[in-house]
Ligand binder design. Structure first.
Ligand code: FES
Length: 76
């Protein structure tokens, strides 16, 4: 099982290809800890209610209606 990595400062990071995407620690739906989320390629599925996001864009692809993620991209 793939899960996001936690940085020393507490942020979460997902590596996809040669890029790193920093994501919030909690799900925008009901606040699940995204450190426990499931990763399949660029797709991250929340462990509580299954909202699925594309970490490259932050867009919610399925699951409960909630705001998109707000990832940032860059070198760490
Ligand atoms: S808390 Fe993430 S989908 Fe509900």
């Amino acid at each position: 099982m793939n899960t996001p990595a936690r940085l020393a400062d507490g942020r979460l990071v997902v590596r996809h290809g040669a890029r790193d995407y920093v994501i919030p620690e909690t799900c925008p739906h009901k606040g699940a800890p995204l450190a426990d989320a499931y990763l399949a390629g660029p797709f991250l599925r929340c462990p509580w209610h299954g909202a699925t996001f594309d970490v490259r864009t932050g867009q919610r692809l399925r699951g409960p209606v909630c705001p998109n993620l707000a990832p940032s991209e860059g070198d760490l």
